[in-house]
Design a protein around this ligand. Structure first.
Ligand code: NAP
Length: 310
């Protein structure tokens, strides 16, 4: 039987994904038609990005799964018309990109690179940075991305502490959970990385109270979601010096509005949601594998738990 795969994403996504998806589907041994238009009751799988106009999933009565091209699913997980299984994107190349962004920005702050890159006064200051082993890092979120970043930082000798919703052990990396765990994880962190999903529980995880728990001058790296941080509280903490620097990749409104105070704050670095992109060739293989599993009756990969919201 030839499957009908509806590609519901932007024109730009289609230009990027059409060829790699067709290759991956063929390599997975599937017979399928990949299309941007189909009668809803003929569609077997939907390959989806939230930028698509498709918001009502109820006519897709035969659809066996909605396969997201995005890792974060907050814009679709609460859709009441979505009764089909939802899978989010876990793409090895996306993970690789996130590890590079996090390690790169952590090393920038750890080594104090800015002092030497921008040094108009030609100041000869031979102060050496501490070793990584002396710079505690806390990873808020120990899922696919947080764990990979934590491992990479730990491999450079940073003492990494993780924090997640449920108790876990990731090799030698201690991982805390719950309110008390958060307070403990923040109390020693000189660098904090936020890689939590956006859910009602994670909104404003970093707020005036929790930012005050950090050692003075701590650095925040946020490649997770803008809503994880209370912006006003962060700006106040940056102004007071409680937070030494914030490198932010994600924002409540994107693109970040031109008049947003983050753009001009001397202790903020803005990157335009580029920490980790889904890469079409590897992501297409993940999508094809999930369709193969769906057809073989094997549990789907990366299935979203609607009740917990990620
Ligand atoms: P994931 O595998 O689902 O992991 C999420 C982690 O957050 C898990 O460790 C989970 O705990 C923890 N968590 C969830 N709710 C929590 C809570 N209330 N309290 C404490 N911990 C909580 O997600 P991922 O693949 O690592 O991705 C994380 C996020 O990165 C995505 O949701 C997305 O927003 C963002 N992202 C950004 C970019 C970018 O370019 N900037 C790219 C991709 C993804 P448990 O382990 O106990 O479940």
């Amino acid at each position: 039987m030839t499957l009908t795969l509806l590609f519901a994403a932007s024109d730009a996504n289609w230009a990027e994904y059409a060829a790699p998806l067709r290759d991956a589907i063929a390599q997975a041994g599937l017979s399928a038609t990949l299309t941007r238009e189909a009668a809803p009751d003929r569609v077997d799988y939907i390959i989806y990005a939230p930028t698509s106009p498709l918001q009502d999933f109820s006519p897709f009565t035969r659809c066996k799964a909605v396969l997201s091209l995005w890792a974060g699913v907050e814009r679709i997980v609460g859709n009441p018309t979505l009764t089909q299984p939802l899978c989010r994107m876990v793409d090895p190349a996306l993970t690789e990109g996130m590890v590079e962004w996090v390690v790169g920005h952590a090393l920038r702050h750890h080594l104090g690179m800015d002092r030497h890159i921008v040094n108009p006064g030609r100041l000869w200051d031979p102060t050496c940075p501490p070793l990584a082993r002396e710079r505690p890092v806390t990873m808020l979120g120990m899922g696919e991305l947080g764990t990979a970043c934590a491992r990479a930082l730990a491999a450079l000798n940073f003492p990494v502490t993780g924090w997640s919703r449920t108790p876990k052990q990731t090799g030698d990396i201690p991982c805390l959970h719950g309110e008390d765990g958060l307070a403990k994880a923040l109390s020693t962190a000189q660098i904090v990385v936020t890689l939590l999903p956006k859910t009602p529980e994670t909104e404003n995880t970093l707020n005036a109270r929790t930012l005050a728990l950090l050692p003075r001058g701590a650095v925040i790296l946020n490649p997770g979601r803008g809503a994880l941080i209370d912006d006003d509280a962060l700006l106040a903490a940056l102004d007071s010096g409680q937070i030494g620097h914030a490198t932010l990749d994600v924002f409540r409104t994107e693109p970040l509005p031109q008049d947003h105070p983050y753009w001009s704050h001397p202790r903020v670095t803005v990157t335009p949601h580029i920490a980790a992109d889904t890469r079409a060739p590897s992501a297409s293989r993940v999508i094809a594998e999930n369709i193969r599993r769906g057809e073989a009756g094997i549990p789907l990969l990366n299935r979203v738990d609607r009740t917990r919201g990620y």
